[in-house]
Write a protein that binds this ligand. Structure first.
Ligand code: HEM
Length: 523
């Protein structure tokens, strides 16, 4: 039946009408129906409340690696099978578009790299990928260090005052500060200030997230969309962000005109290493609307994702003191009191495994969205064009069929001397950055960013979930958030003990027993 499904689809692509093919193949197959995709019935109400990917996990255990969910006239295919995921994302990626995702994100990302399809996507991907070259990523390590140091200063003050901190919002600000500098050389400085532009960015982000989970698209209702106070606020925020981006593009254009750097493969302006600067210097021939869409896309793509990874990493670590001890040992021996450098990225192996494992348990986003542009065959099942497909990375990453102790946070499952796990060496069972041609362009950037932040924070502090903190539950927008924040108590770490050597009498260990006041460590 797999063969006849292929044949049928081949003929359909050649232009044979589907109705005729249905009749012929039903006759050939002796009137048997094609294998029909299992249909999850009566479970729809479960999807309404809470993070939607949790009921999808239960349905996966019942119905398997591909099933159909129907809501009234709408239906979705839920894929949780590594080989089907590979087929959609990689082997037959040209037959799939971003579908609903592009529709939802249009108001903020336009034809930016994440929602774009077809020729526009191809051209923009080719322009943007070279901007994230090795030298750029190495320069970014310093930026990650500086921004993480600003966060450390905040935590230091909280530790002195004995005040608990809400880490999720701090991580969100950390990654906003980083991505603003990295993409268009703008210092939001959101860890220190709450300026209008920072608030506008958050208004736009929340709207994008709310739209991705809203059951009814109220923003499309005529008239209401123009008079609702909420939409007015969103439109004003969007205008402020767009105007700021236009200003930054203009400033950057002037810089490029005035510099006499030769453009080459690893081109980078040391004063402004941003992706925008690279694109303008490369002579990227693009409309200013498209450029703005791409900048906005990278701002959003690189902000919430990394913040969510850090939040869930600290949550997981708070329950696993043994992993924290391993982390601190590694950080002390690799970094001592230094800022991390690009060379350290290879050496911070355990720290990297902690991030790998955090991305397995809390993939960001938990679900990838596609729409079929042609008839296709998924597993043994023929599907028609126009199907909306959700690939549940959450299900893949937590499948009891694919992992031992799937729900357990165990960085040791990835051997330190083994390869860095990715979709290729894990056969699409592990997709932290997607796979195929639409794979994340910021994977290296994001891995280093999160490794630097984790290393610098545990280097200087111990973290515990605060006494009386609200329970840490999940909720979804595009990424997985906590419902009520991650409230933690931060204490300065004791100075790493100076190990006595034969030449050094124990008397010289002065000060190593006092437990803090080493604010000067990194300054
Ligand atoms: C795409 C994850 C950080 C830029 C993706 C995709 C995933 C992902 C899963 C594939 C989406 C799909 O196939 O539908 C992550 C995670 C990050 C992260 C977990 C942080 C830990 C970043 C950063 C940037 C970025 C820092 C920018 C510098 C992009 C872009 C795409 C993308 C532009 C679209 C690529 C395309 O469609 O050609 N990301 N990302 N991401 N990501 Fe990331």
């Amino acid at each position: 039946s797999r063969f006849s499904a292929f044949l049928r689809n081949g003929l359909s692509k050649l232009g044979f009408p589907d109705e005729g093919l249905d009749a012929i193949f039903n006759w050939v197959d002796g009137g048997k129906d094609y294998p029909k995709i299992p249909e999850a019935k009566g479970a729809v109400s479960a999807i309404r409340n809470g993070p939607f990917f949790i009921p999808l996990y239960e349905l996966y255990l019942t119905y398997g690696g591909i099933f159909r969910l129907t809501f009234g006239p709408k239906s979705f295919l839920i894929v949780s099978d590594p080989s089907i995921a590979k087929h959609i994302l990689k082997d037959n990626s040209k037959s799939y578009s971003k579908g609903i995702l592009a529709e939802i994100l249009d108001f903020v990302m336009g034809k930016g790299l994440i929602p774009a399809d077809g020729e526009i996507w191809r051209v923009r991907r080719r322009a943007i990928v070279p901007a994230l070259h090795q030298k750029y990523v190495a320069a970014m390590i310093n930026l990650f260090g500086q921004a993480s140091d600003r966060l450390c200063q905040k935590l230091d003050a909280a530790a002195s005052d004995g005040e608990d901190v809400e880490m999720e919002s701090l991580f969100s600000r950390l990654t906003l500060d980083i991505i603003g500098k990295a993409v268009f050389n703008y210092d939001f400085d959101s860890l220190t200030n709450d300026t209008g532009i920072v608030e506008a960015v958050y208004t736009v982000l929340r709207e994008a997230e709310d739209r991705s989970v809203a059951p009814i698209p109220t923003w499309e209702i005529p008239i209401w969309k123009d008079i609702s106070p909420r939409q007015k606020k969103v439109n004003a925020a969007l205008k402020l962000v767009n105007d700021t981006l236009d200003d930054l593009i203009a400033i950057c254009k002037r810089m490029v005109e005035q510099e006499d750097l030769q453009f080459h493969e690893e081109y980078m302006n040391d004063e402004d290493p941003s992706i925008l600067h690279f694109l303008l210097a490369s002579g990227d021939d693009v409309s200013s609307k498209q450029l703005r869409d791409d900048l906005m896309t990278m701002l959003i793509a690189g902000h919430e994702t990394s913040a969510a990874v850090l939040t869930w990493t600290f949550y997981l670590l708070s329950k696993e003191p043994r992993a924290v001890a391993n982390l601190q040992n590694e950080v002390d021996s690799v970094l001592g009191d230094r800022y991390p450098t690009i060379e350290d990225m290879k050496k911070l192996k355990y720290t990297t495994r902690v991030i790998n494992e955090s991305l397995r348990l809390y993939p960001q986003p938990p679900v990838l969205i596609r729409r079929s542009l042609e008839n296709d065959v998924l597993g043994n099942y023929p599907i028609k064009r126009g199907e909306d497909v959700f690939i549940s990375v959450w299900n893949l990453h937590r499948s009891p069929h694919l992992w031992d102790d799937a729900d357990k946070f165990n960085p040791e499952r990835w051997p330190l001397d083994g390869p860095n796990p990715n979709e290729t060496n894990q056969n699409f069972c592990y997709l932290p950055f997607g796979g195929g041609p639409r794979k994340c362009v910021g994977d290296m950037f994001a891995s280093f960013e999160t490794v630097v932040a984790v290393a610098m924070l545990v280097q200087r502090f111990n973290f515990q979930v605060a006494l009386g903190a609200p329970p840490v539950n999940m909720t979804t927008g595009a990424t997985i958030h906590t419902t009520e924040g991650l409230k933690m108590t931060v204490t300065r770490r004791m100075k790493p003990p100076v190990l006595p050597t034969l030449e050094m009498p124990a008397l010289n260990m002065n000060g190593s027993t006092s437990n803090n006041e080493d604010d000067s460590v990194l300054s």
